[in-house]
Design a protein around this ligand. Structure first.
Ligand SMILES: *[C@@H]1O[C@H](CO)[C@@H](O)[C@H](O)[C@H]1NC(C)=O
Ligand SMILES: *[C@@H]1O[C@H](CO)[C@@H](O)[C@H](O)[C@H]1NC(C)=O
Ligand SMILES: *[C@@H]1O[C@H](CO)[C@@H](O)[C@H](O)[C@H]1NC(C)=O
Ligand SMILES: *[C@@H]1O[C@H](CO)[C@@H](O)[C@H](O)[C@H]1NC(C)=O
Ligand SMILES: *[C@@H]1O[C@H](CO)[C@@H](O)[C@H](O)[C@H]1NC(C)=O
Ligand SMILES: *[C@@H]1O[C@H](CO)[C@@H](O)[C@H](O)[C@H]1NC(C)=O
Ligand SMILES: *[C@@H]1O[C@H](CO)[C@@H](O)[C@H](O)[C@H]1NC(C)=O
Ligand SMILES: *[C@@H]1O[C@H](CO)[C@@H](O)[C@H](O)[C@H]1NC(C)=O
Ligand SMILES: *[C@@H]1O[C@H](CO)[C@@H](O)[C@H](O)[C@H]1NC(C)=O
Ligand SMILES: *[C@@H]1O[C@H](CO)[C@@H](O)[C@H](O)[C@H]1NC(C)=O
Ligand SMILES: [Cu+2]
Length: 649
């Protein structure tokens, strides 16, 4: 019925279907299984899969073959296939400071059944181990990945500039303060876990530097579980890294490593695959990054690259959550509220209201798959979890997990599923494919796309004008004009930036959120409410929130506006200028001048915008603003207004 309506009323887009807050809705089909996903523009999501027999095909440079890359339009739910030549099987990615997205590594060419091949296989894919693909996202369906020339010979890629120094399957990628990228670790040919024999214990930069591949001992010390070694840039400019049970701060300038406490309770890195996230950076936490780890697996038996070697699907996923503030006064891991159930491959998605969506994953086993007699289908995980949860970072300990009013998805989202934030604050969820190739057997490869809607989805969103095109590190504040004259609402307005990042394997590569400082001026003479917004903190500048595109939200009384892309920093790769942040004006309500009854109306009337001569008798005491006494001139009214007593904030 709904489908018929849809075809009859093509101009009525998604509003035909009910968008119920706190629940999932099936919205479309990506045609491929969404192993990797990122939001490229306000309208387009880019989805990548590994090379496999997806139902959607493309006639590409190397002939007709199944597609493993599409552009998904979030308004029409239509897809455009994109030609990626090389096998993006478990690649990494991030956005550069100039807005170009980069996707690194992958695996050797495969043919039917995911079997490695060195000849032109059924899927016409080239080796992806050293590949780099670049994309400048677009709204006009003209953009394509820029790719090096890959070959079938896994040892003789000729990608040139677009080729890494060595093969990287499961590389971690993080954006650096100059907007370039660091690409870390990975292994050469794939497998359940890493091994010394095929480890690539180095990192390199993109754009490439003369350093080439730089050895990192941590990537040897953390074998066998250090694929997608979890990495976040810290305010000092060092990298916080966590793999196996080890945690370090690494200074890629001096090449010094500082050991931090070991990870308690469980492994978090792939294939244990905990949900991980940097908590929102706010003035309230002094912009001090805290990383949250939830779930994963507390097995100590990691097997080899061939597989776990025991019935891993019978091992319950871990339920613990811990936080660390890697550059805080104490660096001990602290217990956080445990999840409502054990979960591997849970995913965190930052929401602009400051809460964090947590969904997808399984209750038993780990990530990965293989043809073992204990696999369920081919999966090393089972018991999919259909219920998401909301985590509130600022709620009192003991109350941070909340499932009030939420409903479950109908669809399992297991290994190789993804979830990202959209500009309207809904979450796009797709993929799930714990299999070597596309299959309709258990657990089937999922190409369908769902959206999940936050509690405020159908509420009136705050209105404002004056969004800047760029946000800098320090310097003069900027002003927005809010469409409310309510002082409480103005006082309860936040501006946040979110980089959704590159999502794959339960990790939001580069996912980060920062709240800017604000104050407001309400002028009752004009009824104009100005929100004064600080630039990003000039200190520590880009180490705190790296340059590049980010979604900008105005959040009023907990309800976000639609997100719009702004460019953080210069929009170019290179040193980002920083400055001291100008002080914000104190929050002020400028009252309409009060006209004393002894004064003639003609003296008072001409004041700028002060048309309200019938003074509200309560106005004196409202908001603590200084009373303005007539008679006064237009200029004086303005002056007196500006020095009205600031509100205590
Ligand atoms: C961003 O930088 C990369 C690396 O230098 C370059 O390939 C790409 O074309 C640049 N993108 C834009 C939009 O300038
Ligand atoms: C793993 O976690 C379970 C609870 O799910 C606990 O009973 C068990 O002792 C833990 N095992 C290890 C090795 O930590
Ligand atoms: C599973 O396979 C292993 C060999 O890989 C064998 O030792 C074991 O007995 C098998 N288990 C079952 C339940 O078939
Ligand atoms: C593995 O464990 C699961 C869960 O306990 C069980 O259902 C399954 O039969 C086991 N498989 C094998 C091969 O032992
Ligand atoms: C739980 O989440 C709902 C919806 O997101 C929210 O309205 C409610 O305030 C939250 N409750 C607590 C105790 O955090
Ligand atoms: C403010 O703007 C929002 C979004 O455009 C709109 O829904 C709302 O009605 C406006 N409120 C007022 C008071 O104009
Ligand atoms: C923002 O508004 C304040 C007064 O409300 C003004 O002093 C300041 O110059 C404005 N800033 C910009 C960048 O326009
Ligand atoms: C503004 O909000 C803050 C909390 O964010 C509160 O402490 C302060 O009292 C509020 N001020 C007014 C004037 O409402
Ligand atoms: C400002 O808003 C108040 C209350 O809505 C209204 O009485 C007054 O006329 C408005 N003033 C101007 C200058 O629009
Ligand atoms: C308003 O302020 C004047 C002068 O400070 C004072 O005499 C008067 O009582 C106040 N009125 C009210 C309603 O607070
Ligand atoms: Cu994978």
């Amino acid at each position: 019925m709904l489908a018929a309506l849809w075809t009859l009323l093509p101009f009525l887009a998604s509003p035909v279907l009910a968008q119920t807050p706190l629940s999932f809705q099936s919205v479309g089909d990506a045609g491929i299984s969404a192993q990797m996903m990122f939001l490229g523009t306000k309208n387009k999501v880019y989805i990548l899969d590994k090379t496999e027999n997806n139902p959607t095909t493309i006639n590409g440079l190397y002939g007709e073959h199944p597609a493993w890359a599409v552009e998904y339009d979030i308004n029409t739910n239509k897809v455009r296939t994109m030609d990626v030549y090389s096998n993006t099987f478990c690649a990494g990615g991030a956005v550069l400071g100039n807005g170009t997205w980069a996707v690194f590594g992958g695996n050797q060419p495969v043919t039917t059944g995911g079997v490695a091949t060195t000849t032109a296989g059924a899927y016409s894919d080239m080796t992806g181990g050293t590949a780099i693909r670049l994309l400048d996202p677009c709204d006009d369906e003209s953009c394509e990945y820029v790719q090096g020339t890959q070959t079938l010979d896994i040892n003789s890629d000729t990608g040139g500039y677009l080729q890494m120094t060595g093969k990287r399957w499961y590389p971690m990628v993080e954006t650096l303060p100059d907007g370039s990228l660091i690409v870390i670790g990975g292994d050469k040919n794939g497998g359940y876990v890493n091994t010394a024999g095929q480890d690539n214990p180095t990192y390199e930069f993109f754009p490439p530097t003369s350093d080439g591949a730089v050895s990192l001992q941590f990537l040897s010390d953390t074998l066998p579980i250090n694929l997608y070694a979890l990495t976040w840039l810290m305010p000092s400019g060092k990298l916080f890294m966590q793999a196996n049970l080890k945690s370090i701060l690494y200074d890629y300038n001096s090449k010094e490593t500082t050991n931090l406490p070991d990870m308690p309770y469980a492994a978090r890195v792939y294939p244990a695959s905990a949900a991980t996230v940097m908590l929102p950076l706010t003035p309230r936490n002094n912009y001090e990054p805290t990383i949250l780890f939830c779930g994963g697996s507390n097995t100590t038996n990691w097997g080899t690259d061939v597989g776990p070697g025991y019935n891993v699907t019978a091992w319950p996923a871990d339920q613990t959550c811990v936080r660390i503030t890697p550059e805080g006064t104490t660096t001990a891991y602290q217990d956080d509220d445990y999840m409502l159930e054990g979960r591997s491959m849970g995913q965190f998605v930052l929401l602009p209201d400051g809460t964090i969506w947590h969904g997808n994953g399984v209750a038993m086993g780990t990530a990965g798959y293989g043809d073992q007699n204990y696999s369920v289908g081919q999966s090393y995980g089972q018991a999919p979890l259909y219920m998401p949860t909301i985590y509130s970072p600022e709620a009192k300990a003991g109350t941070r997990w909340n499932r009030t009013g939420l409903s479950a998805s109908d669809n399992e989202r297991m290994y190789h599923s993804t979830a990202i934030l959209l500009p309207d604050s809904s979450i796009l969820i797709s993929g799930s494919n714990p299999n070597a190739d596309f299959t309709t057997n258990q657990w089937r490869s999922r190409t369908d796309v769902e959206r999940w809607y936050p509690w405020f989805y159908n509420e009136a969103r705050p209105g404002y004008t004056g969004i800047p095109e760029t946000v800098s590190y320090g310097g003069a504040a900027f002003n927005l004009t809010l469409n409310t004259t309510d002082a409480t609402a103005a006082n309860n307005t936040k501006v946040v930036l979110i980089r959704g990042g590159f999502n794959t394997h339960a990790i939001g590569f580069g996912q980060r959120m920062i709240e800017l400082e604000t104050s407001y001026t309400i002028d009752r003479n004009t009824n104009i409410t100005t929100l004064h917004v600080s630039q990003l903190p000039g200190t520590p500048g880009p180490n705190l929130f790296q340059p590049g595109p980010a979604l900008f939200f105005v959040v009023q009384n907990g309800i976000p506006s639609d997100g719009e892309f702004v460019m953080v920093g210069t929009g170019s790769i290179g040193t980002q200028p920083t400055a001291t942040n100008a002080a914000l004006p104190a929050s002020t309500v400028i009252e309409v001048p009060v006209v004393e009854s002894s004064t003639s109306a003609t003296d008072a009337a001409p004041t700028a915008g002060a048309t309200d001569t019938t003074v509200d008798s309560h106005k004196n005491s409202s908001s603590g603003a200084t009373r303005v006494v007539a008679p006064i001139t237009a200029g004086a009214a303005l002056l007196v207004g500006l020095i009205a007593a600031p509100l205590l904030l």
